[in-house]
Design a binder for this molecule. Structure first.
Ligand code: ZN
Length: 326
């Protein structure tokens, strides 16, 4: 929608066509284009910003009621952007999609501590594995996303180690070949929701849609629905944790964050990942959500260091298995 009110023919783009979407927007409006996303979609802002487009976020209180399965219509987002982009939060690389909502994220995490402890005892929540076994799990979120997922797989294959890929359903549904390769090469596949929403914004039914649509999409390729789910941004409330456990899925958090999503440079990613790493650590990294070339550069250094220090690199399933047996 132009700021003079002129409406152009709507166009649809699949999850793997974000570069086409960016080119379409720029062709339509040149450098004056802005994009508005909502907090149920954490997938678009990074790639659009990388294409030179300013991206604003509209929150639930800015928007009409959304359907259970997905976002409000693009037209509603465009209207909100035209009416008062100044009242919306502009996302940036440093803060990502959740800019301005980190306090809310922290409050949700803090209020979830009791529920997390309870679910950890019952095997429905995992922040780290067995401290007695020299095993570490590298985890990769937000893909499948080529060329990065393929490059991560190449590195893991070269060193003969396993990883766990928490896939976004929207991406998985357009990348069956990559998904199949992940499984064929002995890695684990987890659920990272359908569209990467900020979970505290979701109702119970919206949450189940995010879990089920993703599991179905993955199972169509791998033959099995994931039982592990990583919440986007680590966002959670006592309710979202309970809904997930009641759905017989285990929430997988992490104890080492590489901060690679903030693209701080490969050396810093290596330092962040390895700093304080110990038996049972779960390392958070990303193979999707934007330009991951720094992650690809850091990964061999991280793996070599861990192998040199005598760690086995295993899937989260295996890390979890050793914990359940001990
Ligand atoms: Zn994510």
């Amino acid at each position: 929608m132009h700021d003079d009110g002129r409406v152009l023919r709507p166009a649809g783009f699949a999850a793997n066509e974000v570069p086409l979407l960016a080119a379409y927007l720029k062709k339509m409006c040149g450098d004056r284009v802005i994009a508005v996303v909502d907090s149920t979609n954490g997938l678009l802002d990074g790639p659009l910003r990388n294409a030179g487009i300013r991206v604003f976020r509209a929150d639930p209180w800015d928007l009409p009621q959304r359907p259970v399965a997905g976002s409000v219509p693009a037209h509603a987002l465009a209207l909100r952007g035209r009416e008062r982009a100044g009242g919306l939060v502009e996302t940036d690389t440093e803060n990502g999609t959740l800019k301005g909502r980190f306090d809310e994220l922290d409050r949700g995490v803090e209020s979830s501590a009791g529920r997390e402890a309870e679910l950890t005892r019952r095997g429905y929540c995992l922040t780290r594995g067995d401290a007695a076994a020299p095993r570490v799990a590298l985890t990769f979120d937000d893909g499948p996303s080529e060329p990065y997922t393929g490059q991560v797989l190449d590195v893991l294959r070269d060193y003969g180690v396993a990883g766990t890929f928490f896939c976004v359903g929207l991406h998985a549904s357009t990348a069956p070949g990559t998904l199949a390769r992940i499984r064929e090469e002995g890695h684990a596949v987890g659920n990272h929701t359908w569209s990467h929403p900020f979970l505290p914004d979701l109702t119970h039914d919206e949450m189940l849609f995010q879990l089920d649509a993703t599991n179905k999409s993955i199972a169509e390729v791998t033959g099995e629905a994931p039982t592990l789910i990583r919440p986007p941004y680590g966002s959670r409330t006592p309710e979202t944790l309970r809904w997930t456990a009641d759905h017989d899925m285990t929430t997988v958090l992490w104890d080492r964050d590489s901060w690679d999503w903030a693209v701080p440079g490969p050396e810093t990613i290596v330092e962040n990942a390895l700093d304080g790493i110990s038996n049972g650590s779960i390392v958070l990294m990303h193979d999707g959500g934007g330009d991951r070339s720094q992650t690809i550069a850091a990964l061999p250094v991280i793996i070599e260091s861990l192998l040199t220090d005598g760690f086995q690199l295993v899937t989260v399933d295996r890390l979890r298995g050793s914990l359940l047996q001990s």
